[in-house]
Design a protein around this ligand. Structure first.
Ligand SMILES: C[S@@+](CC[C@H](N)C(=O)[O-])C[C@H]1O[C@@H](n2cnc3c(N)ncnc32)[C@H](O)[C@@H]1O
Length: 280
């Protein structure tokens, strides 16, 4: 039994309205696969029956939206951005923040936390002695945030990009899973945050990883998020997008600097127009 067109239209409208995620026609199979376990759990005969319930049940809507998120991630994903982090961003920020000896980093759309913890490992290895760092890990999915807090990963997840030396150094066995060290957990703080809604009060960040999430949004949402990002990235800070994402043609407020295959985005400095003095 496949999801009916009206049910699909309701779910894709809901996703777009609440999280800006696009589920265009052709994604019926995906929506059905994600909602079927929830339909079974709720005792509904099929996904259409479950969508009928969704129409009037906000608690179930939140569960469905969470289940619809695409959480693909891995340790040190694409490698090059993490190399740029160690070789360019970190040295630049350490030079610029010597008066406070603290760095503030945001992993926006963190999924199950591999991005935030990969950064935490690099900070542990490369931050000068006496410095501290805080990584804010946010996502719209509370299920994902609970996973970040738990810091536990299956063997299959561990096999995706984690160097053996880091496994030995930062993880211990927890039953059939691996759990990240308390030291790294302390560096990472989680918060639910919907990128498509106005940001809550946030600190200024030295480095923001906003990777592999803009791809799910339409052009206007991407523009809006990049515009708001401009307010929270420090004037001398860095923004990193996914390898298939760019600010090109979206926002003029960012300068792009290439480091190997990685594009680093930095807030464009505002040029103040000279004030014309009129004669007294
Ligand atoms: C493909 S994962 C990317 C994870 C990580 N940044 C990486 O590059 O490996 C996309 C994440 O974006 C989150 N997401 C989707 N829509 C969102 C929104 N409106 N606000 C915040 N996070 C969102 C999903 O829950 C998911 O965990």
């Amino acid at each position: 039994m496949t999801i009916s067109p009206p049910s699909f239209a309701f779910v894709s409208d809901l996703a777009r309205r609440e999280t800006a995620m696009l589920y265009d026609p052709g994604k019926e199979y995906l929506v059905e696969a994600r909602l079927l376990p929830l339909a079974r759990e709720a005792g509904c005969a099929d996904v259409d029956g479950y969508v009928a319930r969704l129409r009037t049940d906000p608690v179930e809507q939140a569960k469905a939206l969470d289940a619809l998120t695409i959480n693909e991630t891995s340790w040190f994903r694409d490698n090059a951005p993490y190399q740029a982090f160690t070789e360019v961003m970190l040295p630049a920020m350490v030079a610029a923040r010597s008066h406070v000896r603290h760095l503030s980093i945001w992993s926006a759309a963190c999924s199950s936390g591999q991005e935030a913890y990969s950064l935490a490992m690099l900070l542990d290895q490369h931050l000068p002695a006496g410095w501290t760092a805080q990584i804010l890990a946010t996502d719209v999915s509370t299920t994902m945030l609970a996973r970040v807090d738990a810091g536990r990963y299956s063997q299959v997840e561990m096999n995706r990009g984690l160097p053996a030396t880091s496994l030995v150094k930062y993880f211990s066995r927890a039953g059939s899973e691996w759990e990240i060290s308390e030291d790294l957990k302390r560096m990472v703080r989680t918060q639910q945050l919907n990128l498509s809604a106005p940001f809550p009060l946030l600190p200024t960040f030295d480095i923001v990883f906003l990777r592999n999430v803009l791809i799910y949004f339409d052009l206007e949402t991407k523009r809006d998020i990049l515009r708001r990002m401009r307010q929270v990235v420090a004037p001398d800070g860095f923004l990193l997008l996914g390898s298939s994402e760019t600010t090109l043609d979206l926002e003029d407020d960012w300068n792009r600097e290439a480091h190997g295959r990685t594009q680093l985005h930095r807030p464009a400095t505002t040029t103040l127009q000279p004030i014309a003095l009129t004669g007294a």
